[in-house]
Design a protein around this ligand. Structure first.
Ligand SMILES: N[C@@H](CCC(=O)N[C@@H](CSC=O)C(=O)NCC(=O)O)C(=O)O
Length: 286
């Protein structure tokens, strides 16, 4: 596996990297960003996966969230992948809309043509990228957590709920908690997976919890001034399914905060501390 370093910046005594590689699962070249804390010079460090939202690349988070200070303090690496396959030949929304296609892979394995050739972000994130990271960088992929924003919050929750043995904890900012029940999700899942809504349940946080997903430490922050809250994000559905099933999640409604990276940067330190605690606890239990 060849990985090309596109950029490297010293940051809080660690390194912020931007990398490029051929992704077989997506059949295209991909960029990803990786922050290595200073502790990584002494050996493998735990790994946090950050999944971004609609319209993002791997760069929004590393430039806007202010996560590196906290990752350096806690000695954790953070990988920020892109949000969809990219490049010539990768199909996009026929009308060029920003909520589907490029920048909007929804972290699924598409089953429907023409999307099924490249839009396999679930396999990329759960198989190909972890293997590449373990082979080429000082990260311990067996000590991992996952978090994300909006579409990326949906991706983080779904990937953690479907792979509870691989993640010590999961958190999300303003996640789409029930893509089967909101316009962004219905458009994406309908196109990528086809009309049979049974198949959508594998990619729907509320449906996975309803079906008995195993308990993981889970933290969700949701801004109350978020203009996507009622129509797209529907945090209330997560609150309801957790209370109905007894799934324990800390769901914090944050007054005055909107959907932007100003919201994310306000609570990123608390999310990284949450994951660092869970990772330390799992180490103590081993
Ligand atoms: N471009 C759109 C707004 C799209 C938007 O708000 N994207 C969010 C994620 S939304 C859910 O997945 C985002 O993270 N944007 C990138 C950023 O750096 O803020 C519009 O113009 O309305």
């Amino acid at each position: 596996m060849t990985v090309e370093t596109i950029a490297s910046h010293r940051c809080f005594e660690g390194e912020q990297l931007r990398l490029k590689h051929r992704a077989d699962s997506l059949d295209c070249d991909m960029h990803f960003s990786l922050y290595l804390p200073p502790a990584a010079r002494g050996g493998d460090v735990p790994l946090l996966y950050w999944l971004s939202g609609l319209t993002c690349s791997d760069e929004n988070f590393v430039q806007k969230a202010g996560a590196q200070r906290y990752a350096a303090e806690h000695g954790v690496a953070i990988v920020a992948p892109d949000t969809s396959p990219r490049g010539e030949g990768v199909p996009d929304d026929p009308e060029g809309a920003w909520d589907f296609g490029l920048g909007a892979g929804f972290y699924v394995n598409a089953t429907e043509a023409p999307w099924d050739r490249h839009y396999r972000m679930y396999d990329y994130l759960t198989e190909e990228l972890p293997a590449l990271l373990a082979e080429q960088f000082p990260v311990d992929t067996s000590r991992a957590a996952i978090f994300g924003h909006s579409m990326g919050g949906h991706g983080a929750l779904v990937i953690a709920l479907r792979n509870p043995a691989r993640f010590q904890s999961v958190s999300a900012f303003a996640p789409i908690v029930a893509p089967s029940q909101c316009p962004w999700g219905e458009k994406a899942l309908g196109n990528y997976l086809g009309p049979d809504r049974e198949n959508w349940k594998n990619y729907d946080t509320c449906a996975l919890i309803e079906a008995g997903a195993l308990q993981l430490p889970m933290l969700v922050d949701q801004g109350e001034a978020d203009n996507f809250l009622e129509e797209q994000l529907k945090t209330a559905l997560l609150e309801q399914v957790c209370s109905r099933t007894g799934y324990e999640a800390t769901i914090r409604r944050q007054p005055g905060y909107d959907h932007s990276y100003f919201f994310i940067s306000s609570f990123i330190g608390s999310h990284i501390a949450f994951h660092a605690r869970a990772l330390e606890q799992s180490l103590a239990e081993d």
